[in-house]
Each structure stands twice: as structure tokens, then as C-alpha cells.
Ligand binder design. Structure first.
Ligand code: C5P
Length: 309
């Protein structure tokens, strides 16, 4: 893909990562997926996506910054194909994706790219797919994708993650992400959790927010911040346990695994405290990379470069 294609009418989007401020796995759904309850929070670590109409029927995707495998398997490409099937749009699009969110880390990078793609296609071909239709397409692409349709940056997720309810944004918080050198596949992480639970035969967790109000402060989030994957994923990947211990030694409001990991994060009241914690965690755990990010109250909007098509 040459730069020359991306001129007038190009949409530019930032596709943000997420962390899970809580993640409870409640049981198995008839579909075989797991029912969960989570709080999705968008953060300002973003991939960049540019999308333009080609005027012919070609769909092309160029990925910069990471080797993400064959184009046909990329969630962005699959999002375009799903949108075209649903909408009947025959015209092609060109896409350029610049990856910054690490893959396989529990940060929802691929899901966010797919959500951003659907938002862009909805803007380029307005009204061709309804809002509910976009949500269905998103859910068909992956459990986390509907969250990235936005626009709110904080939502409760139920079902397999696709049943969403926006809640009032929390004040901006400063996070330190800990990125250990591991790649955790989500499917096997669910399997490991199921095996641990089968051995223990304890009761399944109940959804937190049916019994208590939704959090309105970070102290209230800290009181409910649990991730059911933390134990099995830390046991399978000692690097994750080390990065988490390093963050917990820096006096965060709380620290947690995100999604099925391997990314961990600590939450701090201000940017200065987060920067100090980042340095300290990096000294304690040299095998992981630590990065400061902030929470987002809404997903970044679309920018049109040149006249809209
Ligand atoms: O939906 P997504 O592609 O993110 O899911 C990846 C895998 O994780 C699924 O194939 C399934 O094995 C597991 N999963 C699950 N329950 C969920 C979400 C994912 O069992 N709620």
C-alpha cells in the first residue's frame, strides 16, 4: 500500500487498548463460552488506523509495527468482510494499521482494531448497517469487540463480554502497565481456570454488581478489583507473577492482571506517583517492560483528513 492512496477522504482513528478493572468468570454458557462480569476501561495506549474508499472493489490492509500473521486472519480484515456481507457494500477500502498495543496481552488490541474498523466503515458508508447491526457484527468477531464500538470508555460487560452497560466515567487515573515477555492465549487460560475450579469443587462466583452499587471512585473500584485468571495465569507464567509482585510493591491503589493476561497494571492517584512506580517496578522486575498510561472517559473520535467521501 503506498502513501499516495491515503489522501482526501481518509479517516484516521486511534484504536485504544482496554484493561479489565474486575473480571469474574461466572460459569459456562450453553454456547460453550464462559459467562463473565467485567468492567472494561479504555486507556490511552492506541493503535492507529487509516481507512479510505478505494473506488474499486479491492480490500487491502497494510500493517506497520508488528508481524500479526496472514492478512485474511486479521480481525481488521475480517471486520471489513463482515461489514461488506451485512451491508451489501461492494466498493473496496484500503486500510493502514500501525500497531502499538502488544498482541496476546489481555489489552484487547486486535478487538479494538476491529471495533475501530467498524466505526470507520459506518462513517464511510453511513446508514448501511444499523447501530444494532454493528453491535452484532462486533460480537461475531470477538467477545471484546462490542466494547470498542464505543463511545463510552467505561462499561460493565456481561454475557461473554458483549452485553454492555455504560456507566459514569471515573476521574482520570494513571496506570502503570507491566508487560512480561509472555503470550497468553485466551482459550487455554479459560481451560486452566476450569480445571482449577473442577479440582476445588467450590461454588462459582456470583456477579458483584447485582448485589452492590457500581463504583464511582477509584477506592470503590479497588474494593472490587479481582481477576479470576490471576491465579491460574500466574501459576502457568511465573513472569506474570513477578511483574504483578513488582507493581504491588510500589503502593498502588490496586494492581491486577488484565483480561487473561499477561499484561498487569497498577493504578495510581496521579501521574507523578505512576512515574515513580514505573521506575521502581522496572528495577524490581527487569524481565518486564513497564509503561505509564492514563484512562480515557470516551473512545477517541474519528478524524477526517480532506473532504469526507
Ligand atoms: O471471543 P474471543 O475470540 O475473544 O474468545 C477467544 C476464546 O476464549 C474463545 O474461543 C473461547 O475459548 C474463550 N472465551 C470463553 N468465554 C468468553 C470469552 C472467550 O470461553 N466469554
Amino acid at each position: 500500500m503506498t502513501e499516495g492512496h491515503a489522501t482526501a477522504g481518509t479517516l484516521e482513528l486511534r484504536a485504544p487498548a482496554k484493561v479489565n478493572l474486575t473480571l469474574r468468570i461466572l460459569g459456562r454458557l450453553p454456547s460453550g463460552f464462559h459467562e463473565l462480569e467485567t468492567l472494561f476501561q479504555a486507556i490511552d495506549l492506541c493503535d492507529d488506523l487509516r481507512v479510505w474508499r478505494t473506488g474499486d472493489s479491492e480490500v487491502s490492509l497494510h500493517v506497520v509495527g508488528a508481524d500479526v500473521g496472514p492478512t485474511e486472519d486479521n480481525l481488521v480484515y475480517r471486520a471489513v468482510q463482515a461489514f461488506r456481507r451485512r451491508s451489501g457494500v461492494r466498493e473496496g477500502v484500503g486500510l493502514e494499521l500501525t500497531k502499538r498495543i502488544p498482541a496476546g496481552g489481555g489489552l484487547g488490541g486486535g478487538s479494538s482494531d476491529a471495533g475501530a474498523t467498524l466505526r470507520a466503515l459506518d462513517a464511510l458508508f453511513p446508514g448501511r448497517v444499523s447501530r444494532d447491526g454493528l453491535h452484532d457484527l462486533a460480537a461475531g468477531l470477538g467477545s471484546d469487540v462490542p466494547f470498542f464500538i464505543g463511545p463510552e470508555g467505561l462499561k460493565v460487560g456481561r454475557g461473554r463480554g458483549e452485553l454492555l452497560r455504560a456507566i459514569a466515567p471515573l476521574p482520570t487515573a494513571h496506570l502503570v502497565l507491566g508487560l512480561p515477555p509472555v503470550h497468553v492465549a485466551t482459550g487455554p487460560a479459560f481451560g486452566a481456570l476450569a480445571r482449577t475450579r473442577a479440582e476445588r469443587r467450590g461454588p462459582l462466583p456470583r456477579p458483584l454488581f447485582e448485589e452492590r452499587p457500581l463504583p464511582t471512585t477509584w477506592a470503590e473500584v479497588a474494593a472490587v478489583a479481582v481477576n479470576d485468571f490471576e491465579e491460574p495465569v500466574s501459576a502457568a507464567h511465573p513472569e506474570v507473577a513477578l511483574a504483578l509482585a513488582a507493581l504491588r510493591a510500589t503502593d498502588p491503589l490496586f494492581a491486577l492482571l488484565s483480561g487473561s493476561g499477561g499484561t498487569v497494571f497498577g493504578v495510581y492517584p496521579d501521574a507523578g506517583a505512576a512515574e515513580v512506580a514505573r521506575g521502581e517496578a522496572a528495577r524490581r522486575c527487569p524481565s518486564a517492560r513497564f509503561e505509564c498510561v492514563a484512562t480515557l472517559s470516551t473512545l477517541p473520535g474519528l478524524n477526517a483528513r480532506g473532504p469526507r467521501p
